[in-house]
Design a protein around this ligand. Structure first.
Ligand code: CAA
Length: 399
């Protein structure tokens, strides 16, 4: 399974690394100022990363899903917000349309998303339902020529910036909770849509996060994604893609924590010897090295399954849980190694540590992921084939 990376995958890695480095100063300054960085999406778009693993016929770069994971690691090694933009726009939004859209929806929406002329976001979390989205309150009432949307989505990444949202709402109040939801592709300039920021976040300060409200918003029936009642499955399938990118990105956080720890521990002396010679410091570094390798193996496995068109709900959930827990632990250990030096924004570890904290909260809390894993381990949870699987990667068809 883990043959050497292909030329295309290595090129993507190099490309993402250079774009991330180019954006480093911008995002660090924005984080310090506590305002979203400008120009990030444009820079990612100019390199083609916003359409990285979409086929060329839809305006994408034609790379495979493993290349997406590799790009996420490189982006997050500089700043998690760079990776979140890609996760939300490409993995949670555009791939959702690629997976579940009709051919005419793909042709209508994907080229502008792939080229970054439009940005997409993911609207699942309601004001009153985060871990339990089957019971969300947003409604979509059927009318003669479409639907009328009402509801408030909270903690939406890219709110206030993105041009369109995958909006999940209840179309049938009488059906069992997860069977009564439907998904819509909604242009945020539609009359009745409003957005606002969520201020004072612990981390991810260099990007937009906010709320999106729909008040009697009309969407044509042609903008429903998938069948009526398929909204929950669509959202969960999008999360399989999103969680993959979160996990792969976390490898970048661990790598950054390890690099900073190594540099500091090798030059800083205590009691006449470098910190790196102390066993308690070595133990922390060893954990980081172990967790980096494990995270990388897990995301390569999940990406490999995606390339084959195989459902990977179990693997992406496990990856997301393991990767984000260990990424925060790595950031915390690195901050401890740097001591007082690490406890101010003079050192990047302070920003990395704040950014890493949300990993255990978004895209399913890590408590939810433990329940999912327990379900698989106990045999209570089995994955059936979906009506629309994420298409397997096909180098010829993608190019
Ligand atoms: N893909 C497709 N279908 C799926 C699926 C998946 N990954 N997971 C479940 N389904 C299907 C099931 O097969 C089942 O269908 P059938 O009845 O036909 O068999 C149906 O959906 C119901 O599944 P469950 O019984 O598993 O549903 P549940 O209600 O028991 O709970 C849950 C599922 C795992 C707790 C789920 O609610 C969950 O993952 N919660 C966390 C939500 C989440 O991740 N929110 C993140 C918000 S977005 C965000 O953070 C992004 C951001 O802005 C950065």
């Amino acid at each position: 399974m883990f043959a050497a990376l292909t030329e295309h995958q290595v090129e993507t890695q190099t490309l993402a690394r250079s774009i991330a480095e180019r954006l480093r100063e911008t995002v660090v300054a924005a984080d310090r100022a506590g305002r979203p960085a400008e120009g990030v999406a444009a820079e990612l778009a100019s390199a083609g990363l916003l359409g990285l693993c979409l086929p060329r016929r839809y305006g994408g770069l034609g790379a495979d899903y493993l290349a997406l994971g590799l790009a996420c690691e490189e982006l997050e090694a500089v700043d998690a917000t760079l990776r979140v933009v890609l996760s939300v726009h490409l993995a949670l939004h555009a791939l959702g349309i690629f997976q579940w859209g009709t051919e005419s929806q793909r042709e209508r929406w994907l080229p502008a998303l792939a080229r970054g002329e439009r940005l997409g976001m993911f609207g699942l979390t309601d004001a009153g339902a985060g871990s339990d989205p089957a019971n969300l309150d947003s409604t979509a009432q059927k009318v003669a020529d479409g639907y009328v949307l009402n509801g408030l989505k909270r903690w939406i990444s890219l709110a206030g910036q993105a041009d369109q949202i995958l909006w999940i709402a209840r179309t049938d109040a009488t059906a069992p909770a997860n069977e009564g939801l439907s998904a819509f592709i909604l242009d945020t300039r539609t009359h009745g849509v409003s957005t606002g920021p969520i201020e004072g976040k612990v981390g991810l300060r260099a990007m937009h996060t906010g709320w999106v409200r729909c008040q009697d918003v009309h969407v044509p029936g042609t903008d429903r994604l998938g069948d009526e009642g398929e909204g929950f499955k669509i959202a969960m399938a999008c999360l399989d893609n999103g969680r993959y990118t979160v996990g792969a990105g976390a490898a970048g956080t661990i790598r950054a924590a390890l690099r900073l720890s190594k540099a500091y521990a090798q030059q800083r002396e205590t009691f006449g010897r470098p910190l790196a010679t102390r066993q308690l410091i070595q133990q922390k570094v060893a954990h980081m090295a172990r967790d980096y390798e494990l995270t990388r193996l897990l995301y390569l496995q999940a990406g490999w399954l995606k390339n084959r068109g195989q459902r990977n709900t179990r693997e992406t959930s496990l990856l997301k849980w393991q990767a984000t827990d260990t990424a925060f632990a790595a950031a915390d250990s690195a901050l401890q190694i740097l001591g007082a030096e690490g406890y101010s924004d003079a050192q990047p570890i302070e920003r990395i540590w704040r950014n890493a904290r949300v990993g255990a909260i978004y895209e399913g809390t890590n408590e939810i992921h433990q329940l999912i894993q327990a379900g698989y381990a106990l045999g209570d949870r089995r994955d059936a084939l979906l009506r629309c699987e994420l298409p397997a990667y096909d180098a010829q068809a993608w190019s």
